[in-house]
Ligand binder design. Structure first.
Ligand code: SAM
Length: 285
């Protein structure tokens, strides 16, 4: 076997990817082919073709997004804030190297500019070349790729964006500070007076501490704050949470502003996604 990292293993005449981030739960995917495998200065970047999930982006041994269900996460992190804002023109995405979030935002004709601040250029290159089910090989003149650390980037911005989307990996390594209070305070500063931000706040089943902490930060900083969820089969436990903060506009989902083509998101999902199961309500109270 070629020299793959240790989360790829040959067993029973097949290759298996076993995620490398948990001690007590190991999820393995049967791999048809390793498509791309490179070490960047930031992390190990891999794209594998799996039997059940199709092409899959793996960073440092952790699955990020897949051809099968990447659209659920990307549609939910983008279309909810965009539909809560009456007139978004300028969007900032922090992270989002698979390009799926930028691709969703670019579906809106009235958005004039999308800045995508990704710390690792190699993730974007790998996904544009080998994960087009998610990236759509995004090329839209409104999207500006800025390859730098999102934490530093927002520190230097004041009242620039209508929407900020934090599409980060798990809170380890380069993404650790993307879950901290000071970072969200800088996000608030970087938003215009009526701006809206959203971040992925991890699994309500397995990362309750992170979800609760994120919700507290956003409630402390923003006039309006709330949590919504979606089911993303790729992520352990299925349930996934998003936390949203608004400086001015109430977080009230009603009709869609502009109908764009989606596979998961629609008006009913928009209206229903803030309805949380009782255990989440209890956690976030
Ligand atoms: N949807 C996926 C999920 O929730 O697992 C992942 C989204 S995307 C692949 C996450 C991206 O965040 C990665 O490409 C990573 O390089 C990027 N990232 C991590 N830390 C960052 C930072 N400090 N600034 C900018 N981008 C960062």
């Amino acid at each position: 076997m070629t020299n793959f990292p240790n989360w790829i293993e040959a067993k029973n005449h097949s290759l298996w990817l076993t995620e490398d981030d948990r001690d007590n739960l190991k999820i393995s995917y049967r791999v048809k082919e390793v498509i791309y495998s490179e070490q960047s200065p930031i992390q190990h970047v891999m794209i594998v073709d799996t039997v059940d999930f199709g092409r899959t982006l793996v960073l440092d041994g952790v699955v990020q997004t897949t051809a099968l269900d990447g659209h659920i996460y990307n549609e939910m992190i983008v279309h909810v804030p965009i539909n809560l804002h009456p007139n978004p023109k300028k969007v900032l995405i922090i992270g989002g190297g698979d390009c799926g979030a930028a691709r969703e935002a670019a579906k809106y004709k009235d958005i004039e500019r999308i800045d995508m601040v990704e710390i690792d250029e190699l993730v974007v290159k790998a996904c544009k070349d080998h994960l087009q089910e998610v990236s759509g090989n995004l090329s839209d003149v409104r999207v500006q790729f800025i390859f730098t650390d999102g934490i530093q980037f927002v520190k230097e911005k004041t009242a620039e964006y209508d929407i900020i989307i934090v599409d980060s990996s798990d809170p380890v390594g380069p993404a650790e500070q993307l879950f901290e209070y000071d970072f969200y305070a800088n996000i608030k500063k970087a938003l215009k007076l009526d701006g809206i931000m959203v971040c992925q706040s991890q699994s309500p089943i397995f990362h309750q501490d992170i979800l609760k902490q994120t919700s507290e930060h956003i409630h402390n900083l923003f006039v309006h704050a709330n949590t919504y969820m979606a089911v993303v089969p790729t992520y352990p436990g299925g349930f996934w949470s998003f936390t949203i903060g608004s400086k001015h506009h109430p977080i009230k989902s009603g009709h869609l502003r502009e109908k764009v083509t989606t596979k998961y998101f629609n008006e009913g999902i928009f209206q229903g996604c803030f309805q949380l199961p009782q255990f989440m309500k209890d956690l976030l109270e």
